[in-house]
Design a protein around this ligand. Structure first.
Ligand SMILES: Cc1ncc(COP(=O)(O)O)c(C=O)c1O
Length: 416
């Protein structure tokens, strides 16, 4: 154990397994560890640093705002929050959008769930139920944990409040049947990031929209991971046939500064009244200044188009791996949120082998490795990552022909 790891082991709560490496700095797609090694970052701090590390526009905006005003609470107005809300209204195309700022994905979803329950209860006292999808991930607060469709994560904290009904992520008719007059919202991701980079089929999205309309419930799309260009458009729903009532954002919005946003339009935007919901750090001017810089940079540099071209190259390269490695069986996802499917539950081993090549990726299922490079990734960096991945697959492939009983234990697939 390094000296830092020993100190961490003494005083940090053990919510994560011990990290394999500690980083001290980053630039663009690269991370530098305590020994001075340069790593290629195809994880982006869990789909967060989409402009790469230490992007000058974000650094400048943060430094300027930190030297001007860091916090006032939301009892007072500050310009960066208002400007960010205006930008989000423009990007969603919702002229009447209203935004609640939170600190992260879970608190953005918590706000959306509370908003939906307030909306439902205004119509009927029992209209408080939420329909969510199996395999989803919405956060770790009690309400968002309950919405998360991964029962193993519920177990240690049960009993939960019991207001969420989970349905299969790929069955439109089951979803339609689950939505009733007691439903205040359907909450879903367009691509389940933590659930294994799984695309929810369009017919399920359409069924959710129609069922919400039929039962006067809100459609909430969790864009915490997919938003801000990660899957192609600004928001993943923009490449689908549906328009939600509410979206939630976090992760890439401020390129690493903690922020979350719940964006609503139409009647949903008018639900909250003063006193209904609040948080001390919501709309923090430094985080909002960073987010404004992120959006301006993506627009000024045409990064959505660049990322689309990079995605094509990366998918092509991954498909070549599928054609050449017996261990790689498929590619899924969208934009620069991609999953490499494996023939066996050895994603953790492949991730560890990538580490040997100084490539950062992670496992989102026992048999799926996630790749989420920055939108600014270069063609050359993609080629380097593909070479590293090919070497990792080659290193792990022989173990797959070994009987499972002789394989080393698989560590937890995801650290989110
Ligand atoms: C789709 C989605 N929603 C919510 C969250 C929770 O976000 P946070 O960890 O910022 O609370 C995550 C985190 O991975 C996520 O992927």
């Amino acid at each position: 154990m390094s000296e830092l790891e020993t100190r961490a082991d003494a005083h940090l709560m053990r919510t994560y397994p011990p990290p394999a490496v500690s980083f001290v700095s980053g630039r663009g797609s690269m991370l530098f560890d305590t020994a001075g090694n340069a790593w290629l970052d195809f994880l982006c701090g869990l789909a967060v640093t989409s402009l790469g590390h230490a992007h000058p526009a974000v650094t400048e905006a943060v430094a300027r705002q930190a030297g001007t005003l860091t916090h006032t609470s939301n009892l007072f107005l500050t310009a960066p929050a208002v400007e960010l809300a205006e930008r989000l209204a423009r990007l969603t195309g919702w002229d009447d959008a209203r935004v609640f700022f939170a600190q992260c994905g879970a608190t953005a979803n918590e706000a959306a769930i509370k908003l939906a329950r307030r909306y439902g209860k205004a119509r009927h006292p029992d209209k408080v139920r939420v329909v969510a999808l199996e395999g989803s991930f919405h956060g770790r607060t009690l309400a968002t944990l309950e919405a998360t469709g991964q029962p193993a994560k519920h177990g240690p904290f049960a009993p939960l409040a019991g207001f969420v009904d989970h349905v299969a992520y790929d069955d439109a008719e089951v979803l339609r049947a689950a939505v009733t007059d007691a439903t205040c919202a359907v909450l879903l991701e367009v691509v389940q990031g933590e659930g294994g980079v799984r695309r929810v089929p369009d017919e399920v999205l359409v069924a959710a929209r129609e069922a919400c309309d039929a039962h006067d419930a809100l459609l909430i799309v969790d864009e915490v991971q997919t938003g801000i260009g990660r899957t192609g458009p600004w928001f993943a729903f923009q490449a689908t046939p549906v328009v939600p009532d509410v979206i939630t954002l976090a992760k890439a919005l401020a390129n690493g500064l903690p922020i979350g946003a719940c964006v609503a339009h139409g009647p949903a935007a008018e639900v909250f009244a003063p006193g209904d919901h609040a948080t001390t750090f919501g709309g923090n001017p430094v985080a909002c200044a960073a987010a404004n810089a992120v959006i301006d940079t993506i627009l000024a540099d045409g990064l959505l188009a660049t990322a689309e071209a990079r995605s094509r190259r990366l998918v092509e390269g991954l498909q070549e791996l599928v054609a050449t490695s017996p261990l790689a069986t498929g590619v899924r996802g969208a934009g620069l949120l991609l999953g490499l499917e494996l023939a066996a539950p050895v994603a953790a081993e492949v991730v560890a082998a990538c580490r040997e090549q100084l490539l950062v990726v992670n496992a989102v299922a026992a048999d799926v490795v996630r790749l989420a490079p920055p939108l600014t990734v270069t063609r050359q960096e993609i080629d380097t990552a593909l070479t590293a991945l090919a070497a990792a697959l080659e290193a792990v492939a022989p173990a797959v022909s070994t009987p499972a009983s002789e394989l080393p234990p698989t560590p937890g697939a995801t650290r989110t």
